[in-house]
Each structure stands twice: as structure tokens, then as C-alpha cells.
Design a protein around this ligand. Structure first.
Ligand code: GDP
Ligand code: IMO
Ligand code: MG
Length: 422
């Protein structure tokens, strides 16, 4: 029937997992289209927290199929751990999970190369999640990679060894200590255990589903400002994270796309290095971090915090063709008298609404507009029309500036803590 796409508009961790979980039963299939275990998507159901890294966020809703598309990179060890943790909680994973044969494998040496490259960069490191993402996508585009479907071939071990040996040779360029034996054995053991999963030609499966009137929700990882082309390069991830990537990463044509749901926090965060114009290095930033529990779902690192950035959001809405926005973590700002929103960047004395090609090393001064805080709990509110006037003003201001409707407002981590515009 159609595909809707849900993705992050900032620097990741916008609360995509929570919104996908909420929306999942309106679709037949939830499909991840890029990234890998660098993602950490958190679902909180009846107070119980689940963090998903590679498995789509529809897995906790019964009866829905979850597809890992060709654009995703998969670490068998992480995936197995994730499946085991879910199954221990009684979730029927294997029946509801399908994996594209075309998805690339993260090899143990990809992870070592990631770590070695980061260590060599010293203070200029990207702050990667060390999950092997960059080296795996490099091998994919360099036409050296191994894919999920290759695991079924007789010469898999030889092909693996050839790539591993090349990586070991590359590693001699770095002065980096590592031990491969144990993680390699675990990797092969995980592959063995995963062999009971359903590996499919996902592009056929998804297009057949569309032909038989099924609905697909494509789930993005990371965020637009981490996109390899449009993010704050080189402080980005190694995949395209934008709307177009859902077509590439699943094999679905643009004409089959209906809504593009962009997710953004009511403020901004970023984890790892790189430009972040509205970052707050003061007590206000610390307050957002503590109220929002802003620590990474994958690495546990403290997230950098700052105010909502309209120039970056304008850009994200433009690149993605966003048709509706979900604002998350509004409750984190409950105890602020004043909330600032960056409306422009000032660079070399000039104000601009467009983000510069290269933000690195530029003195960017955010121009702020302040809005009044609502200073009360949002727990009791279930309808947009009942919200405190100050929060309504804030939402109306963002929506008008971005010329896009705000269709959902999240007021807590739990599945039910969500207002949906009728
Ligand atoms: P994702 O990567 O975009 O799925 O987001 P993460 O799961 O990495 O980070 C979002 C964090 O915020 C998680 O800990 C969620 O449980 C939490 N969260 C999501 N929505 C809300 C919200 O509206 N309010 C609060 N306080 N927490 C939220
Ligand atoms: P979700 O899907 C936030 C960041 C890393 C680093 C940069 C490159 O949970 O929103 P990588 O390991 O991809 O090579 O790291 O990208 N990063 C994320 N930040 N949320 C994520 O995913 C991220 N995935 C990668 O911190 O700065
Ligand atoms: Mg996350």
C-alpha cells in the first residue's frame, strides 16, 4: 500500500525507538534501513526498559514483522545478544524477524580498525561508538565486504580470512594493541547460532507486501546532522540517514513513500565530537542533562546538551521532505522559567539562517529568541488542546517556523506518555 518513513532530525537519540514502538501496530512491517549497532533505541513499556541496537523497534508489539534491510550493517555477536535478551523476556523474536541477505557483516577486525583509527586521531577523534561502523561501510563501498547471504556459502571461511588478513595488514600501520582470537571465535559461534534466522531477499518481500496492500514503517537510525553527506562532516556516521536512504536501504521506490515523520527533542543533544552551535557549557546544560537523563543508550557516554536549533532543523526538514514532526522530551523542560530557541547563526558579524558548508573551526554565535517556560508537570495532559499556554506557544512557534505540523508530543519515556494530534 505505502511506506512511511520515521527518522531523526538532529544528532541522533531523538526518541525514535519510542515513537516507532507506539506507531508499530498501525503498520504490518517495521523495517530498519541503515546504520547498525551504533544505534540504541529505547522502549519503555510498563516501566520496563528495552534497548534495541539492530532489531527494529516493532519487535515488542505482537504480530508485526520486523525487517533488517540491506542498508544496515550487522554484527552477529551483538545481534545474537540482543535476540537472547529479548527471548529471555518472553519476546518471540525469530518468528517476527527477517534479515536481508544483502546486509553487510561487521567483522571483528572492523571493530579493531575503528578503535585503532580513533586512537590515532587523538584529540580530533570522531567519538565513534567503536562498533566498527566506518570500516564496514568502507569495505561495502570499496567492494570488499561480506554480506549476510555469504554466510550460507561454502567458501565463507576462506573469504572471511582473506578480508581479515587484509585488515591485519592495515593494522600494522597503527601502533595499536589488540587481541583478535577470542572475539573471532565468538563471532563464528554467533553466526552458527544465528543460522536458524530467516534470511531473505528483502526487496522482493517488501515490494510484494506493498502490492498486497500492506503498510511499512521505515525506521531510521542516527539523525540528519550525522548523515555522511549532509551532516557536520567529518563528525558524522558512515551512512546516509535521510529519507532517500530508506529507498536505498530497503529497495523501495520513492513513489511508494507517503509520510515522512521527523523526530526532534524539544532541545538538542549530541554525543561524540563535532560542531554543536547551541551547546551549553554551563549550569543550564547540566540541568538539561540531569533532567533528561542524557547518557548514551549504546555507550553510556554523557550527551552534550543545548537549545533547539532552528537553522539545523530547517535544513533537516528540507533534505528529508518532512511532512510531520514529533517533538519528544518536552517534560525535560518542565522546570525552566525561560526556554531559548536559536533562530539564526551569527558568523563573522553576519546573521544567517542557512547552515554553513563547514562548521569546523568557525566561530558560530547562536542568535536566540526566548519563550516562557510552562513550569509544571505534564503528566496529567492527554490532549494538545489542554496543554499549558506556554507549551502551546512554544509548539506553535516551532511549527510555524518550520512550516510543518507537529503531530505528536512526547511527555515521558513510557509508551503511553504521548499526545497525538487528532
Ligand atoms: P533513539 O536513539 O532516537 O531511539 O533515542 P534513545 O533511546 O537513544 O534516547 C532517547 C531517551 O529518551 C531514552 O532514554 C528514552 O527512554 C527517553 N525518552 C524518549 N521520549 C522521552 C520523553 O518524552 N521524555 C523523557 N523524559 N524521556 C524520553
Ligand atoms: P541512534 O540511532 C547518537 C554518533 C557517534 C559519533 C558518530 C560516529 O541511537 O540515534 P559511528 O559509531 O556511527 O561511527 O559514530 O555518530 N552516533 C550516534 N549518536 N545516536 C546514535 O544512534 C548514533 N550513532 C552514531 O557518537 O559521534
Ligand atoms: Mg539512541
Amino acid at each position: 500500500m505505502y511506506t512511511d518513513i520515521l527518522l531523526g532530525l538532529q544528532w541522533g537519540d531523538e526518541g525514535k525507538g519510542k515513537i516507532v514502538d507506539y506507531l508499530a501496530d498501525k503498520y504490518d512491517i517495521i523495517a530498519r534501513f541503515q546504520g547498525g549497532p551504533n544505534a540504541g533505541h529505547t522502549l519503555v513499556i510498563d516501566g520496563v526498559k528495552t534497548v534495541l541496537h539492530t532489531i527494529p523497534s516493532g519487535i515488542l508489539k505482537p504480530g508485526i514483522m520486523n525487517v533488517i534491510g540491506n542498508g544496515v550493517v550487522i554484527d552477529p555477536t551483538t545481534l545474537l545478544k540482543e535476540i537472547n535478551q529479548l527471548e529471555a523476556k518472553g519476546v518471540e523474536v525469530k518468528k517476527h524477524l527477517l534479515i536481508s541477505k544483502r546486509a553487510h557483516l561487521i567483522l571483528p577486525t572492523h571493530k579493531i580498525l575503528d578503535a585503532a583509527s580513533e586512537a590515532a586521531k587523538g584529540a580530533e577523534k570522531i567519538g565513534s561508538t567503536l562498533r566498527g561502523i566506518g570500516p564496514t561501510y568502507m569495505d561495502k563501498t570499496g567492494r570488499n565486504g561480506l554480506r549476510i547471504g555469504d554466510m550460507l556459502e561454502k567458501d565463507f571461511r576462506q573469504r572471511y580470512e582473506k578480508i581479515r588478513d587484509k585488515h591485519l595488514h592495515l593494522l600494522t600501520l597503527y601502533n595499536f594493541d589488540f587481541s583478535l582470537k577470542e572475539i573471532e571465535a565468538q563471532w563464528f559461534e554467533s553466526i552458527e547460532q544465528l543460522s536458524s534466522l530467516q534470511f531473505i531477499d528483502a526487496e522482493y518481500y517488501l515490494n510484494n507486501a506493498l502490492r498486497s496492500d500492506k503498510k511499512i514503517l521505515a525506521e531510521g537510525a542516527q539523525g540528519t546532522m550525522l548523515d555522511i553527506d549532509f551532516g557536520t562532516y567529518p563528525f558524522v556516521t558512515s551512512s546516509n540517514t535521510v529519507t532517500a536512504a530508506a529507498c536505498n536501504g530497503l529497495g523501495i521506490a520513492p513513489s511508494k513513500v507517503r509520510e515522512v515523520i521527523g523526530i526532534a527533542k524539544a532541545y538538542c543533544t549530541r554525543v561524540g565530537g563535532g560542531p554543536f552551535p547551541t551547546e551549553l557549557h554551563d549550569a543550564v546544560g547540566d540541568k538539561i542533562r540531569s533532567q533528561g537523563n542524557e547518557f548514551g543508550a549504546t555507550t553510556g557516554r554523557p550527551r552534550r546538551c543545548g537549545w533547539f536549533d532552528l537553522p539545523a532543523m530547517h535544513y533537516a526538514c528540507m533534505i528529508n521532505g518532512v511532512t510531520q514532526i514529533a517533538i519528544t522530551k518536552a517534560d525535560v523542560l518542565n522546570n525552566f522559567e525561560q526556554i531559548d530557541v536559536c533562530t539564526a547563526y551569527e558568523i563573522d558579524g553576519k546573521q544567517m539562517q542557512e547552515i554553513p558548508f563547514d562548521m569546523i573551526g568557525k566561530q558560530i554565535t547562536p542568535v536566540y529568541k526566548s519563550v516562557e517556560g510552562w513550569q509544571q508537570s505534564l503528566e496529567s495532559f492527554k490532549e494538545f488542546s489542554e496543554l499549558p499556554a506556554q507549551l502551546t506557544n512554544y509548539m506553535n512557534f516551532l511549527s510555524k517556523e518550520l512550516n510543518t505540523p507537529i503531530s505528536m508530543l512526547s511527555t515521558g519515556p513510557g509508551r503511553e506518555e504521548l499526545l497525538v494530534r487528532k
